[in-house]
Write a protein that binds this ligand. Structure first.
Ligand code: FAD
Length: 374
């Protein structure tokens, strides 16, 4: 089978490797330049849960990721507006870790390094100029024409493939921005990630090594806009938020990203097209699930391609993944709204729920297993 993957980000590149391993001929079309992981940690970092770490090992990718751009963490904590704190640990589920922090560029680079090994053709700085969905052909910006049996849209939230296939999208802006910063921290950091909820939005820490962290501060667009062009004020604001929790630290770089929720109304089309990753669903990053869901899409699609002919495989892929992704999107919205609520009733219910989870070991174990993807 000829498979064309539009978009060579983390999800598209992993799909290319996973499907090429089945023996299919795969071509990746990427609009951007070849990504390299160089210099200091890039700000775009993903928390990859344990199940996907295991899958990346099976794929042969994990050992390719630069050692200094991945960091396993063993603990995770969530704290509510009212100071209730729930801690999860690898010991709750008898695992070696809960997951890993990985630089997006390093992960993408590691996947691309596998392309030659699996005879995957790749065109970077190239786009599709024309889609002929009936004859299953695409004309590229370099003039080449490729035929396909399966066309994968892995081209992110503004998916050109979704538009070409006339797949509608539904979504909204959260009217929030997420400020990301890399900080050198004086005191040693445990291998623990945590998130603290406030009425403005949560703030969180991702450990990158024992003296380096990614700091995340979610606030309304308007609040962050007031800081436009005032770099020292941003650093001061981040210091005020994080110093009580991590002590003295120096911020070396920062940038902010708008938050948007979006979902495709269909994941498949023409018995030959499938959307995967952010092209199908882009989700609030507060629980670090976006690329994890994308990797789950790839695993499901690969499984279905092994088990049945293409049209049936695509239909089953859509049925399974759409349901799971939508459940996760609804859960993120509930957390986004519920954990910020100033009303006493939801706050009381939340405190009760957390106390219950903390006291009932099987319930806690089940929650941790869900968080690490099992
Ligand atoms: C602030 C923030 C923090 C996050 N943290 C986490 C986290 O901790 N854990 C987690 O799981 N997720 C996280 N996410 C989500 C995660 O980053 C995304 O879900 C993930 O990057 C999606 O990968 P993708 O490959 O589907 O899409 P993208 O990363 O958007 O990649 C799409 C690729 O397609 C290319 N492309 C676009 N258009 C075209 C075209 N027309 N033709 C050819 N190529 C094209 C792009 O250049 C790009 O390489 C976070 C997101 C944000 C914003």
């Amino acid at each position: 089978m000829n498979v064309v993957v539009v978009g060579g980000g983390m999800v598209g590149a992993s799909a290319a490797v996973s499907i090429a391993k089945l023996g299919h001929h795969v071509t990746v079309i990427e609009a951007g330049k070849t990504v390299l992981s160089e210099g200091d940690w890039d700000l775009r970092i993903s928390s990859i849960h344990l199940r996907n770490v295991e899958w990346l090992k099976e794929l042969g990718t994990w050992s390719n990721i630069r050692a200094e751009r991945k960091f396993m963490y063993t603990d995770l904590a969530v704290q509510t507006l009212d100071g209730y704190r729930l801690n999860f640990s690898n010991n709750d589920v008898d695992a070696l870790a809960l997951g890993a922090m990985v630089e997006n560029n390093a992960l993408q680079e590691a996947l691309w390094e596998q392309f030659s090994e699996h005879n995957i053709s790749v065109y970077s700085e190239t786009r599709v100029e024309h889609f002929d969905l009936t004859d299953r052909r695409v004309r590229l910006s370099n003039g080449e024409i490729l035929t396909y049996d399966l066309l994968l849209g892995a081209d992110g939230a503004q998916s050109q493939v979704a538009k070409a296939a006339q797949i509608g999208q539904r979504g909204w802006d959260y009217d929030m921005r997420c400020m990301l910063a890399i900080a050198d921290v004086e005191k040693p950091l445990p291998a623990a990630t945590w998130e603290i909820f406030r009425s403005e939005g949560p703030f969180a820490l991702l450990p990158l090594n024992d003296h380096l962290a990614c700091l995340i501060d979610y606030r309304s667009e308007q609040q962050w806009q007031e800081f436009t062009g005032k770099n020292e004020a941003v650093q001061q604001s981040l210091n005020n938020v994080f110093e009580p929790h991590i002590g003295k630290h120096t911020i070396t770089q920062f940038a902010s990203f708008p938050l948007r929720r979006q979902r495709a109304l269909r994941y498949i089309s023409h018995d030959s097209i499938a959307l995967i990753g952010d092209a199908a669903h882009s989700i609030h990053p507060l629980a670090g699930q976006g690329v994890n869901l994308g990797f789950a899409d790839v695993q499901e699609l690969t499984r279905q391609l092994v088990e049945q002919p293409l049209p049936e495989a695509l239909a089953k892929y859509e049925r399974i993944r759409m349901q799971e992704n939508q459940q996760m999107m609804r859960a993120m919205d509930a957390i986004h709204v519920g954990f910020r609520s100033q009303h006493l009733l939801p706050r009381g219910l939340l405190a009760l729920g957390l106390a219950l989870v903390d006291k009932v070991a099987p319930l806690k174990r089940e929650l941790v297993r869900k968080a690490i993807g099992f």
